[in-house]
Ligand binder design. Structure first.
Ligand SMILES: *[C@@H]1O[C@H](CO)[C@@H](O)[C@H](O)[C@H]1NC(C)=O
Ligand SMILES: *[C@@H]1O[C@H](CO)[C@@H](O)[C@H](O)[C@H]1NC(C)=O
Ligand SMILES: *[C@@H]1O[C@H](CO)[C@@H](O)[C@H](O)[C@H]1NC(C)=O
Ligand SMILES: *[C@@H]1O[C@H](CO)[C@@H](O)[C@H](O)[C@H]1NC(C)=O
Ligand SMILES: *[C@@H]1O[C@H](CO)[C@@H](O)[C@H](O)[C@H]1NC(C)=O
Ligand SMILES: *[C@@H]1O[C@H](CO)[C@@H](O)[C@H](O)[C@H]1NC(C)=O
Ligand SMILES: *[C@@H]1O[C@H](CO)[C@@H](O)[C@H](O)[C@H]1NC(C)=O
Length: 555
């Protein structure tokens, strides 16, 4: 056989390009990179050579400013470095004694935070950083510098990712390199839904760990919905007492929320809560009684619209969306949103507004009377009335409002500064249309259409997530500049604490890279190799990501 190239071998050679050939099943389908960052830095120059790191002989050297966020981060990354080294190398006999001059051992990373720390992450915060390791242009062996604590956090993450195990030398190593990095979009989010299934705070923290590793900066907490109301309101305790799946165990206390927002803050992640009204769906015509009403209605009698869809003119025991004709609705919403703005502490509130149906409103004579009295001609205009009352509340709270695209699609005219969250446009080719219309109306847009995690088949290909380009619509440059970023969405119908982490990771990483890196940062094959490494990295750090590429292994 040797020396002869048979027909089968030729077929194999042709097939061997990046994917498994039918002829050779041995080994992983995709070979992981070693020490490459995810998401890919905007600019990275490779230099000759590499450095070794022994955690016991390494320290971070903060030479400019510091603060609690930085100290906490250095603690995390030191611990990470030790556990990485322990898992790769220490079993082989501890610190090797290297011969003098054989290898440059990096004894510290100098960390230069040039400006005072900011307290909280916010939209548009500065996340630039520069990182040099054994770079000829620099007199420091390793230097991380940024104007902002948020940039320092991103740079520490990159530094940790460049370190990879060298099992021969029995240490961690990183190639000599210079990186200049910053995000392409300011809003890089992930939605978790804790209404369809409750998620323990420990699970949410694990997802936040993954977000930090992917430089994502907004946790969109779809905390309540029709199915359950786990948020424990101080002003309205009955909402969770009666609207949670279980009012003792399956709830988020204000302390829990503060724990999550603090955990996120320390990682440069904002927490934007969503209180989705006037509540999706609407009433059903079957006489299911209160069981068919949304969780909102159980603890707040009078909030939802009684439907009159049965025979005759009487309420039939079912309830539709929030009742827009009662003043009590607005005083309730104002108090709830004020509380939420305080507890979650972000400058944004997501008001939802998706999938409203008008059937119930139109069946209720109190509603229709109100409409004729106020010259409200149709239900779209009624929705407009409701939303503008809500937006008035949020502007009184000095927070920016985000709404789902449905509100815009229904023809509700929104103040210019309302941010529209585009989710429709599945299948993916149609993404362009809503983004075009929303930005043509002058709104800032967030895109999620192509990053619905529950629309990916388990074990399916991720290329559709990586193909998605947020500015790929036919608008002007000004319109494209209105795209603030996007979010991967993990709706909760089919996930709970047993599988949510592996559904979210590493697939959300693809959205994270699209939102951080330059548009043409990598090819799909290149991304596959880095993703293979990144998934192992996440697993090693306790974020149970699922294999993205098929057969393979993590050491
Ligand atoms: C590190 O350098 C080696 C040798 O130059 C190279 O083969 C490898 O691809 C580099 N790794 C990274 C992550 O750049
Ligand atoms: C920290 O950096 C400063 C400035 O480069 C240097 O003088 C000092 O020796 C460093 N300390 C350590 C522990 O590396
Ligand atoms: C909560 O519901 C109970 C009835 O279960 C009621 O007695 C109480 O007044 C309600 N509390 C508030 C603040 O509405
Ligand atoms: C949140 O709670 C967890 C578990 O009790 C704890 O380990 C963690 O330190 C808390 N984090 C913050 C930021 O309060
Ligand atoms: C509702 O009324 C407005 C104003 O008259 C009109 O522009 C709009 O087309 C109507 N919408 C529907 C769905 O009938
Ligand atoms: C908007 O809210 C202010 C109080 O913040 C109130 O005085 C005003 O009447 C509201 N406007 C509308 C149209 O509801
Ligand atoms: C409103 O929020 C902005 C930041 O979003 C802040 O600069 C401004 O001071 C706030 N105004 C009030 C009255 O709180």
């Amino acid at each position: 056989m040797a020396g002869r190239v048979g027909v089968l071998d030729l077929v194999c050679l042709v097939l061997a390009a990046a994917t498994r050939s039918a002829c050779d099943d041995f080994g992983p389908l995709v070979t992981a990179t070693q020490g490459e960052a995810w998401p890919k830095p905007q600019l990275q120059v490779e230099h000759e050579g590499f450095v070794g790191v022994l955690p016991s002989k390494f320290s971070f050297n903060v030479t400019k400013r510091t603060c609690g966020i930085l100290q906490e981060a250095l603690g995390r990354y030191s611990e990470e470095m030790h556990s990485h080294w322990t898992s790769c190398c220490s079993a082989r006999g501890g610190d090797v004694s290297l011969e003098e001059g054989q290898l440059l051992l990096l004894s510290s990373l100098e960390v230069q935070l040039m400006s005072p720390c900011e307290e909280r992450p916010y939209l548009g915060m500065d996340e630039h950083y520069e990182l040099r390791i054994n770079s000829p242009g620099s007199e420091k062996a390793a230097l991380l510098t940024s104007q902002s604590i948020w940039g320092i956090l991103r740079g520490l993450e990159t530094f940790s990712q460049l370190l990879h195990a060298d099992r021969n030398l029995n240490l961690l190593r990183a190639n000599s390199t210079a990186i200049m990095d910053f995000p392409r979009f300011t809003h890089r989010g992930l939605l978790l839904d804790t209404s369809r299934h409750f998620l323990p705070t420990a699970t949410i923290r694990t997802v936040l760990d993954g977000m930090e590793m992917n430089k994502m900066n907004v946790f969109h907490w779809h905390i309540v919905d029709s199915q359950s109301f786990p948020y424990q309101s101080e002003a309205f305790p009955n909402l969770s007492k009666k609207g949670a799946y279980n009012s003792a165990k399956l709830v988020y206390s204000q302390q829990d929320v503060r724990n999550i927002t603090e955990y996120a803050r320390l990682r440069g992640i904002r927490v934007v809560p969503e209180f989705d009204t006037p509540v999706e769906g609407g009433c059903t015509t079957s006489t299911g009684g209160a069981g068919h009403a949304s969780s909102w209605g159980r603890g707040q009698p009078g909030l939802l619209t009684p439907c009159h869809l049965g025979a005759g003119d009487l309420p039939d025991g079912t309830y539709g969306p929030v009742n827009p004709v009662l003043e009590s609705t607005y005083s309730f919403m104002a108090a709830l949103l004020r509380e939420a703005a305080g507890v979650f502490g972000d400058r944004f509130l997501h008001l939802g507004g998706d999938e409203v149906t008008f059937e119930c409103w139109e069946s209720n004579p109190d509603v229709t009377d109100f409409m004729s009295e106020h010259g409200i001609g149709n239900s779209t205009q009624l929705e407009q009335y409701y939303m503008s009352r809500l937006l008035n509340i949020t502007s009184g709270l000095n927070v920016s409002a985000v709404v789902w695209q449905d509100v815009f699609d229904n023809g509700v005219s929104l103040p210019r500064d309302t941010i529209v969250h585009v989710w429709n446009g599945i299948p993916y080719e149609e993404l362009a249309q809503p983004a075009l219309q929303v930005t043509a109306a002058g709104h800032q847009a967030l895109l999620s259409s192509c990053w619905y995690l529950d629309s990916l088949e388990p074990g399916g290909s991720w290329s559709q997530f990586y193909d998605c380009e947020p500015t790929d619509f036919s608008g002007t440059e000004d319109q494209k500049a209105l795209v603030m970023g996007g979010e991967a969405c993990m709706w909760g119908e089919m996930v709970d604490e047993s599988n949510v982490v592996s559904r979210v990771w590493p697939y959300s990483s693809l959205a994270a890279e699209k939102l951080w890196s330059s548009a043409d940062a990598d090819t799909e094959d290149g991304a596959a190799r880095r993703l293979e490494e990144h998934y192992c990295r996440m697993k090693r750090r306790g974020v149970g990501a699922q294999p993205p590429n098929g057969p393979g292994y993590c050491l």
